[in-house]
Structure formats: C-alpha cells, structure tokens
Design a protein around this ligand. Structure first.
Ligand SMILES: Nc1nc2c(ncn2[C@@H]2O[C@H](COP(=O)(O)OP(=O)(O)OP(=O)(O)O)[C@@H](O)[C@H]2O)c(=O)[nH]1
Ligand SMILES: [Mg+2]
Length: 248
C-alpha cells in the first residue's frame, strides 16, 4: 500500500494550524489508510509550536519538527522530507489556499498516474483563482522570467501544493540551493532539466488572507535567485538542459 507523508510548513500560524491539521487529516483519511502529517515549524513566536506539539502528542499520525530560529520555507521542507516515511511526499501551505478537493488528484498523480513530480497551478487557463491584483501581477512577472531565463514549461512554479515520488525527489533535493521561497521553483526547474515526469494541473485557489511574503524584499531576492540558477545550469553539462515536461 502506498504511504503518504504530507508536510505542513508553518511559521507563526497560530490562528489556523489546528484547523488545517484537522481538515488535512480528514481529507487524507478518504484518500489512503496509511499517512502521516509532519508539521515543519520553526521560529514561531505566536504559540504555533505549542499547538503543533500538543497535536503531535495526541495523534500518532502527526509529528512536529521544531527549531527556535526561523529556517525559511525551503530548509524546513527539506528537513521534513528527509524525516518522512512515505512513498508519496507532498506539502501544502497552512492557509489551505488551494482547495482541498484537489488533494486526491495531487497524490494520485504520483501514486497512480506515475508522475515523479506534481504541482497545482494558479496560472493555467482552467485555473480558478482569486488573489490581490498586486500579487497576481508579481506572480505573472516572476513566472514569465522563469520561462524565458530558465526555459521551464510550467505555468506556475510557486503554488504551495506539490507532491513527489520519493526516489526522484531525493535525487534532486540536495542540489536545491535556495532555502526559502525559491526552493519550489528551483526544484521544479531541476526536475525538468533532469527529464523527470512532471505534471501541472489547474486548481481552485483563494488567497489565504495574511501572508508571510514581504513583496519588495522577496521579489528582489527571487529575481536574483533566477539568475543564480541560470548561471549554475549554464555551467552544467549539455544533457542536463531542459528537454521535456508533460502537462495537462
Ligand atoms: N517552517 C517554515 N514555514 C514557513 C516559513 N516561511 C513561510 N512558511 C510557511 O510557508 C507557507 C506559505 O506561506 P504564505 O504566507 O501562505 O505564502 P504564500 O502562499 O507564498 O503567499 P500568499 O499568496 O500571500 O499566501 C505557510 O504555511 C507558512 O507558514 C519559514 O521560515 N519556515
Ligand atoms: Mg499562501
């Protein structure tokens, strides 16, 4: 039987962590009888760590990874996946911005359809998205740069709703240098460059209200990461350039 490990990266999420964990467990129970939920929490100063610890104590299927200092989302995910016991590894953002009705498709893209990497998408023509105009424009600009500079075929790289087959993820995970927001993009660009089977599918997505993104600072950082990755790929041998990506 396929075992699913689902990671919730959490930084100062006291208002929603418990509800999200409960809703995630309920949704997972309808998909598989073997799963674990890992709360990858660090640096929280609002009591998220206390609630995550309590949930982990109360339920065998929940575990809590904690650091006192903020690690960045990418580093938190990296550490959580390395501790995971599942065959299908996935993560979703705590704000549940992507509609949970898509979780089954996300997991089955890997466990049944045989993809190595799968991601929800807010940018495909069939996606149904409500988000602030400013964030929508920033996201379009970012994805445009990733297409043109890094030759990615995906419409959306940053959707916090992704799943992986264990072995392909572990082939790449230590090559991903970014430790925060760009981690997702870097992983998906490398997955295409190494010719893994990648699926992108449209989702219903609603902006989660409060955000951890600092628009000005994070956009500059993401922009510089695009060029850092471009330079790093350019220096790699020819067979590692982007060749294919399957999309719905
Ligand atoms: N463990 C950990 N999680 C983080 C860190 N920074 C952000 N997160 C989590 O990453 C997820 C995404 O954060 P959001 O604020 O929703 O960011 P976003 O989805 O890119 O942006 P929005 O579109 O505004 O929602 C949330 O579950 C956060 O709690 C971090 O430093 N460490
Ligand atoms: Mg979000």
């Amino acid at each position: 039987m396929t075992r699913v490990s689902l990671v919730l990266p959490a930084y100062n999420e006291v208002t929603r962590i418990e509800k999200t964990v409960n809703q995630t467990a309920e949704t997972l129970r309808d998909i598989t009888s073997s799963f674990e939920i890992i709360i990858a929490e660090d640096g929280s100063i609002d009591g998220t760590d206390r609630i995550a610890g309590k949930l982990a104590q109360e339920h065998n299927c929940i575990s809590h990874l904690h650091s006192d200092s903020r690690q960045g989302r990418g580093r938190a995910l990296n550490r959580a996946f390395k501790s995971a016991s599942g065959d299908v590894l996935c993560y979703i953002d705590v704000d549940l911005a992507t509609d949970m009705s898509h979780l089954k498709e996300l997991i089955e893209s890997i466990s049944i359809e045989g993809y190595d990497f799968a991601t929800g998408s807010r940018m495909m023509p069939q996606s149904n998205v409500k988000r602030p105009l400013k964030r929508g424009i920033a996201s379009k600009g970012f994805n445009f740069l990733v297409h043109t500079v890094l030759h990615s075929k995906l419409y959306d790289h940053q959707c916090g709703f992704k799943a992986f087959k264990k072995a392909p993820l572990f082939e790449l995970i230590d090559d991903v240098e970014d430790e925060h927001w760009f981690w997702d993009t870097e992983l998906m660009v490398l997955a295409q460059a190494r010719e893994f089977k990648v699926k992108e599918f449209p989702v219903i997505w609603r902006h989660g209200g409060t955000t951890k993104v600092n628009l000005k600072k994070d956009i500059l950082e993401m922009g510089s990461q695009i060029f850092r990755l471009w330079w790093s790929l350019k220096r790699q041998p020819k067979e590692k350039t982007v060749k294919s990506c399957e999309m719905l």
